[in-house]
Design a protein. Structure first.
Lengths: 175, 175
DNA sequence: TTTTCCATGTAACTCGTTACATGATTTC
DNA sequence: GAAATCATGTAACGAGTTACATGGAAAA
């Protein structure tokens, strides 16, 4: 449902076509969703069928015609509902990356530390990217802020775990 | 793949049957995965077919026979591979809850604050639960520690957003 | 005695992905 | 002239869920 919410929310401000919506989501809201183009087209088709959004075909030159969507009254009502549902609910996040962490002590601490340093690299890069992302005004900016905060915390955490492993590795001398 | 890793990792310490594995995962590792019983059975069957694990049937009285699984050499090799892959990779987390945050300013600040206070309730409860969970030794404990840290950060973040909204609501006098 | 727990599994379904197909336009 | 971008979509597949079915044992 959060994918529908995102599409409706974006369409509420500016009418757009599928390609635009999909681009915008992967560019600026990849932290909330990772829906791909075919999924976006599918959802738009479904919501159009349900009467939540309406399309208007436009064409430029010989290019493929664009289906530009805008919210209907029904769509607006559903947007309001989905927004309230989403805000009130606490959706626990699933950390697939913690699966490995659970078995960290099956590896010699030195090697575990090295592997986590690779992870730290990816994490640092993601943080860098989030920090240098264009600032959006209003609540879109809030999402980015949240992401930066979260990545900072994650980075600090991984580094702490690495430090602990390195201490362990040096005391047991079996690096 | 992280589900396979979890199952293999647990089987590596103690041989278990599907029901046990599924229970353990939802009880103690719900933060890394939310796989359900049918999925667990399915994955176990698949891994058995691939020769990663082997089963031994046991029976107690008239109860349904248990399929108790243990790692094979091939399974051990794959566990090692999956563990290293998981530790080295940074898997970004998807925050479906941020979808609503992106459109926070479409709502009057007072109402937005109230909705988020409901969310805060669920969050606080989850934190409480994580804090009072039984302490597991070793790296299983690490996962729990991570979860507590994460939930604390989330709680602080939501409270900060709520505070901002309340300030806004009181200055614009349209609560 | 009714509910909960133990223990397994199947079938239908949902959501979303990847890969594929098309074709014009812009950029290098 | 080749590659990337714009713009749409279909088809096949995959992972995981929900609902259903079974039946004994333990607890309330």
């Amino acid at each position: 449902m959060s994918n529908e919410l995102l599409l409706l929310g974006l369409l509420r401000s500016h009418q757009m076509h599928g390609y635009q919506l999909s681009e915008f989501l992967t560019r600026n809201l990849s932290t909330c969703t990772d829906l791909k183009k075919p999924t976006a087209y599918f959802l738009l088709g479904k919501m159009a069928e349900q009467g939540w959004i309406a399309e208007e075909q436009t064409q430029e030159g010989n290019r493929p015609p664009r289906r530009v969507y805008h919210l209907t009254t029904l769509g607006e009502a559903n947007f309001q509902r989905l927004l309230r549902e989403n805000l009130a609910a606490f959706e626990p996040v699933t950390m697939r990356g913690d699966a490995g962490l659970a078995f960290l002590d099956f590896l010699p601490p030195g090697e575990a530390a090295e592997l986590l340093m690779v992870r730290r690299g990816g994490l640092a890069q993601a943080l860098e990217q989030a920090r240098s992302a264009p600032h959006h005004a209003g609540s879109l900016g809030l999402v980015l802020e949240h992401q930066v905060l979260h990545l900072q915390a994650e980075l600090a955490w991984v580094e702490q775990v690495i430090a602990g492993l390195q201490r362990e590795a040096s005391t047991t001398q079996n690096k």
